[in-house]
Design a protein around this ligand. Structure first.
Ligand code: ME8
Length: 638
C-alpha cells in the first residue's frame, strides 16, 4: 500500500478559523487516522496562506504590519487544531523561507522551460478573489463571488503558458476517473476545460503590491498569491530532494471545498506538468456548510465558532455531527438543533445507552470481569456476521470519503446490538442461572462495543480511547489490525475488568437549556446579599491574562464593543465590554488585559459575551487591568 498524504487548503489569515475551516481540517484528520489504524504511513498537512492584497488590507485595518498580523492569526489557526483533536504532521506557512525558496525554484524551472512569458494585460481585478476576470465571467459587471464591481487594471505582467497543458490535463482527467471526486466536480472541471481558458497571470508589480515572493527572474515583481500558495503542497515535503517528498508524493490527495475547485483542478495540475512533477492522486471536493441557506463565510459575518460549539456540546458530538451530517460533496446546513438531535439520538441513546447497559450488566452478573464465551448460537453468529460486514463496509466507505454513509453503516451494528440485548435478555438468563449462555451473550456484546469504539477512533479519538479504557483495553496504535478485526470476534481478553458505567455522551435538552437560561436572572435576584466571599468561591473564578485582538462596535449600543480576546486557548474569546465611551477600537487592539474566563455566557444587546474584561473606572477615564510586567495570554491570575 502506498503511503497516504492528505492536505487541507492553507487558510487565509485575513480572519480567524470558523466552522468551515474546522470541517475540512477534521475531515483530513479523520481520514489520516483511518489510514493510521491500518498501519499505513500517513502525512497530514495544513497551514496558512499569508501573502497578497487581502492580508495587507486586513493588517492595515488592524493597525499592524503584515508580519505582526500574519504571525498572530497564523498561530490562532495552529493553536485551534489540537483543541479539535486534529493533529497535523506539519503546519506550513507561506512566509517560511523554505517555502519561498521552493516557489522560486519552481518559477525558475518553468521560466527556463519557456513556459513563462512577459506581456501586457488589461482586466477586471477583484480584490476579494485576488484575480482578474474577463468581461464574460462578470455577472452584470460584478464579481460573481463578491458581487462587487472589480477595478479595471492595465499592466505589464508575467504569464504562465497554462493553455499549453490544458489538453494533456483533460486527457488525464478522462483516463483517471478518480482524479477529481465526487463526479459532479469532475464534470464541472471538464466543462471548464471545454470553455476558452487563457494563460494565467502569475505576477503583481511591486509598485502595487510588495507583500509576496519576489520573482527569481525579475525583482520588480512578486508572485501571484495562488501560484505561491499551491506550491505549499510540495514545499512542505521539501521538494525536490527531501525524503518526505520522495516518500509521500506518490500517495498525495488534496482536500478542498468547491470554492477553490478551479485553482486546484486546473492551475495546480498544469503547474505540476510544466515543472515536470508527477500529478497528485486525487482531489476531493466537499460542499459548503450553510447557515439558514446561506454559505457561511467571514465576509457575510454569519460564521459559527467551532470552539463555542465544542464548549457547549463536547468535542466528540461536534466531530461526529460534522462527519455524519454532511454528504461529502453536497452542501449541508448547520444548526444547533440538528447537532443536539444527532447527539441525543445516535450518541446518547443508541451508543451511550448500549455501552452503559452492557457495562453495568457485566458488573452485576460477573463482578465486572469479561466472561469466557462458549459456543456461539445461530443468533450470535448472525450478529457477528452482520458486525463484521458492517465494519468492513465502514472502513471502505470511510476511506472513500463517504463519511455519512460509513457512520450510518456502523450504526446498523449499534442498533443491532441494542436489539440483541433485548432479544437475548441477559436478565432472564441470569434469573434462570443459565450462566454458560449468559457468558456468551455478554461476550458478544462487549466485543461488539470494543470493535465499535476502536473504529470510531478516526471520528472521535479521545472518546474512543476512553470507551476502550472503560472496556479495560489500552489503545495502542501499533497493535491495531483492522483487517484482522473483521475476521474474528475474540479480541477482548476474558478476565479483563471493565468500568462500572459509562456516561461519555450525556443527553442535552435544548428546550430546558433555553428555559434555564430564561430563568437565571430571577434566581440571582433571590440570592442573599453577602459581602464576604469564601476562599473556595474566589477560587472558582478563572482569571487569566489576555490580549485584545480586535474591537468592533455593537449595533445600536453606543457604549459597547464586541471584543475578540486571545486567552491562550487557540480560538479567541468573544467578550462584550462597555468600553466604547473611553477607547477607539484601534486603541484596544493589542492591549494586554485580565479576563474572567468562566463567567456564564450572556447575551448583551443580541451579542453573546463569554467572559469579562477587568477595568477600573475613575471619573471619565477607564483603565484596563494588566499584568506587570506584561504576560503571555492564558496565564492564571491568582
Ligand atoms: O481559499 N463550508 O483560503 P480560505 C465548508 N488560501 N468549508 C469551508 C467554508 C464553508 N462555509 N468556508 C471555508 C483559501 N471553508 C486559500 C486556499 S490552498 C493552496 C489556498 C474551508 O481561508 C474550505 O476548505 O478562504 C475552503 O476550501 C477553505 O476553507 C477556504 O479557505
Amino acid at each position: 500500500m502506498d503511503p497516504f498524504f492528505i492536505s487541507t487548503p492553507i487558510y487565509y489569515v485575513n480572519a480567524r478559523p470558523h466552522l468551515g475551516h474546522a470541517y475540512t481540517t477534521i475531515v483530513a484528520d479523520s481520514i489520516s487516522r483511518i489510514h493510521k489504524l491500518q498501519n499505513h504511513q500517513t502525512f497530514f498537512l495544513t497551514g496558512t496562506d499569508e501573502h497578497g492584497d487581502k492580508i495587507v488590507e486586513a493588517a492595515a485595518s488592524n493597525n499592524q504590519t503584515p508580519e505582526e498580523y500574519v504571525d498572530s492569526i497564523s498561530s490562532l489557526f495552529r493553536n485551534t487544531w489540537p483543541w479539535l483533536e486534529a493533529t497535523p504532521d506539519k503546519f506550513i506557512r507561506t512566509t517560511y523561507p523554505e517555502h519561498k525558496k521552493c516557489v522560486q525554484e519552481v518559477l525558475q524551472k518553468v521560466y527556463d522551460k519557456g513556459d513563462i512569458y512577459f506581456g501586457e494585460y488589461g482586466g477586471h481585478y477583484c480584490l476579494g478573489c485576488e484575480r482578474f476576470y474577463t468581461e464574460k465571467e462578470l455577472v452584470d459587471g460584478l464579481c460573481p463571488d463578491h458581487l462587487k464591481k472589480p477595478k479595471f487594471l492595465q499592466e505589464k505582467n508575467y504569464f504562465f503558458r497554462m493553455t499549453k497543458y490544458l489538453e494533456p490535463l483533460r486527457e488525464h482527467i478522462l483516463n483517471n476517473p478518480d482524479f477529481i471526486k465526487p463526479e459532479r466536480y469532475r464534470n464541472e472541471v471538464l466543462g471548464m476545460l471545454g470553455e476558452e481558458l487563457t494563460d494565467l497571470c502569475i505576477s503583481r508589480p511591486k509598485s502595487r503590491l510588495t507583500w509576496g515572493i519576489e520573482l527569481p527572474f525579475d525583482q520588480q515583481y512578486v508572485t501571484y498569491v495562488w501560484f505561491d500558495a499551491l506550491i505549499n503542497y510540495i514545499s512542505a515535503l521539501s521538494w525536490p530532494e527531501g525524503g518526505d517528498f520522495k516518500k509521500y508524493w506518490s500517495g498525495a490527495h488534496h482536500l478542498v471545498a468547491k470554492d477553490i475547485l478551479k485553482p486546484h483542478a486546473v492551475f495546480w495540475p498544469t503547474m505540476l506538468m510544466a515543472a515536470d512533477i508527477p500529478l497528485f492522486q486525487s482531489l476531493r471536493v466537499h460542499g459548503y456548510w450553510t447557515v439558514s441557506e446561506t454559505k457561511m463565510s467571514k465576509s457575510l459575518g454569519n460564521v459559527v465558532e467551532p470552539m463555542s460549539m465544542v464548549d457547549k456540546y463536547g468535542l466528540p458530538s461536534f466531530r461526529y455531527f460534522l462527519l455524519r451530517e454532511m454528504q461529502f460533496g453536497l452542501d449541508a446546513s448547520f444548526s444547533e438543533e440538528a447537532l443536539v438531535g444527532r447527539l441525543n439520538a445516535d450518541l446518547a441513546n443508541d451508543l451511550g445507552n448500549l455501552t452503559n447497559r452492557v457495562l453495568s450488566m457485566t458488573h452485576k452478573y460477573f463482578n465486572g470481569e469479561v466472561p469466557v464465551p462458549s459456543e456461539f448460537s445461530e443468533m450470535d453468529k448472525e450478529t457477528i456476521e452482520l458486525g463484521q460486514e458492517s465494519l468492513k463496509d465502514y472502513v471502505k466507505l470511510f476511506e472513500n470519503f463517504d463519511f455519512a454513509k460509513a457512520l450510518a453503516r456502523l450504526w446498523v451494528l449499534v442498533s443491532h446490538l441494542n436489539k440483541y440485548v433485548d432479544q437475548s435478555a441477559p436478565w432472564v438468563l441470569y434469573k434462570e442461572k443459565n450462566t454458560v449462555r449468559l457468558q456468551t451473550v455478554m461476550y458478544v456484546l462487549l466485543e461488539g462495543i470494543r470493535k465499535i469504539a476502536l473504529h470510531l477512533w478516526p471520528v472521535m479519538p479521545g472518546a474512543s480511547e476512553k470507551m476502550l479504557e472503560q472496556l479495560g483495553v489500552e489503545f495502542d496504535l501499533n497493535s491495531v489490525d483492522l483487517t484482522g478485526e473483521c475476521a474474528q470476534w475474540k479480541g477482548l481478553p476474558s478476565g479483563t475488568m471493565v468500568a462500572k458505567s459509562s456516561n461519555l455522551f450525556p443527553r442535552v435538552d435544548l428546550s430546558t437549556e433555553k428555559k434555564d437560561k430564561a430563568q437565571k436572572p430571577q434566581k440571582t435576584k433571590k440570592e442573599p446579599k453577602e459581602n464576604l466571599v469564601q476562599f473556595e468561591d474566589f477560587q472558582k473564578m478563572k482569571l487569566v491574562t489576555g490580549r485584545i485582538i480586535e474591537a468592533q462596535p455593537v449595533e445600536d449600543a453606543d457604549k459597547l464593543y464586541k471584543l475578540s480576546v486571545d486567552i491562550g486557548k487557540g480560538e479567541p474569546r468573544q467578550v462584550v465590554a462597555g468600553l466604547a465611551e473611553f477607547f477607539k477600537p484601534q486603541d484596544l487592539t493589542g492591549r494586554d488585559v485580565v479576563v474572567l474566563a468562566n463567567l456564564a455566557p450572556r447575551k448583551i444587546r443580541g451579542v453573546m459575551s463569554h467572559g469579562m474584561v477587568l477595568a477600573v473606572r475613575q471619573g471619565k477615564k477607564m483603565s484596563l487591568l494588566k499584568a506587570d510586567p506584561q504576560s503571555d495570554p492564558g496565564k492564571k491570575v491568582s
